[in-house]
Design a protein around this ligand. Structure first.
Ligand SMILES: Nc1nc2c(ncn2[C@@H]2O[C@H](COP(=O)(O)OP(=O)(O)OP(=O)(O)O)[C@@H](O)[C@H]2O)c(=O)[nH]1
Ligand SMILES: [Mg+2]
Length: 284
């Protein structure tokens, strides 16, 4: 397998496969193989009551990963104790407000690596794939996004309804942003840390995954897709609400494309400065 997969496949991509396969190239250079030793890699994991799934995830993180950041959403189970017990160097961040997006953004702010990988804590994404994301960035991409529709990718989890929803959202994103991505709503990604500020992320919810992709496109960053296989969450219940979160994704696509109603991570300071200027003008 090459580090950078082709940028995209046909929109009506092949049906999602139900079990992972390994290519000959992967067998030669498994994803657990060390990447460039000088590249520092941080992994950001959002957690909300994932104590029973986290051990599987943490144990499978490649040994060459430099920093693991768990961003916790006020878990009421043993998530944090498990994280500390399994990884004494884990960095714990408390999410500033509810939502996976808020957690990811907090994790990005805390990360110190050259490359920052985001991965779920429920066991649906295999940390041994991290190497292929890192190598895609090392090969020149600013963002490497996982795709369940490329080569060795697939899903043992996606339902018919979610698949239909994902295809509609993918079509909308590809039309609005003139891309031919094979995947949109999937949260296993790696980003060059220097590029994060350009994304001006504002999402609090599951739409963060879409926002990262389309803002990277808008910022002119190079986006690569790499194959990824999705498993069912190991235990526990999903936090996603397909209708509510689907609508948030639509809103995000339109906001980023048109700029209408756009909150910006960067303009906050500018707006504050403008307000101060107009206040001081009024009082003058
Ligand atoms: N910190 C934090 N993490 C969250 C929050 N909501 C979800 N997460 C985490 O984000 C990841 C993805 O959430 P899931 O509930 O698995 O959502 P999903 O993967 O879209 O849904 P399934 O496919 O059904 O598992 C998991 O690691 C969750 O623990 C939140 O509000 N705060
Ligand atoms: Mg999940």
């Amino acid at each position: 397998m090459t580090a950078t997969a082709p940028p995209c496949h046909d929109l009506l991509a092949p049906a999602l496969r139900g079990s992972p396969t390994a290519t000959p190239a992967e067998a030669e250079r498994p994803d657990t193989a060390a990447t460039n030793a000088e590249t520092r890699v941080s992994v950001v994991i959002p957690t909300k009551n994932e104590a029973r799934n986290l051990p599987w995830v943490l144990r499978r993180i490649p040994t060459w990963v430099d920093e693991v950041i768990v961003v916790d959403g006020q878990s009421t189970d043993e998530t944090l104790a498990v994280a500390r017990a399994l990884r004494s160097d884990v960095v714990i961040v408390n999410e500033p407000r509810p939502g996976k997006g808020a957690a990811i953004r907090a994790g990005f702010r805390a990360a110190t690596g050259d490359i920052v990988v985001m991965i779920d804590a429920d066991g649906s994404m295999d940390p041994t794939e991290i190497g292929r994301f890192v190598r895609a960035i090392e090969a020149g991409a600013d963002l490497a996004k996982g795709s369940r529709r490329l080569d060795t990718g697939g899903s043992a989890d996606i339902t018919f309804i979610r698949d239909c929803g994902n295809r509609v959202l993918l079509l909308a994103a590809n039309v609005l942003f003139r891309r031919r991505f094979s995947e949109l709503c999937y949260g296993f990604m790696a980003v060059r840390r220097d590029a994060i500020a350009d994304l001006e992320l504002v999402s609090d919810g599951f739409e963060i995954e879409t926002e990262i992709v389309v803002r990277a496109v808008s910022a002119g960053h190079e986006v690569a897709e790499v194959p990824s296989f999705e498993y069912p969450r190991r235990t526990g219940a999903s936090n996603l609400n397909a209708v509510r979160d689907g609508l948030r994704i639509v809103r995000t696509l339109l906001q980023v494309r048109t700029g209408i109603g756009r909150r910006s991570g960067r303009t906050t300071g500018t707006r504050r400065a403008r307000r101060q200027v107009s206040r001081s003008r009024r009082s003058a």
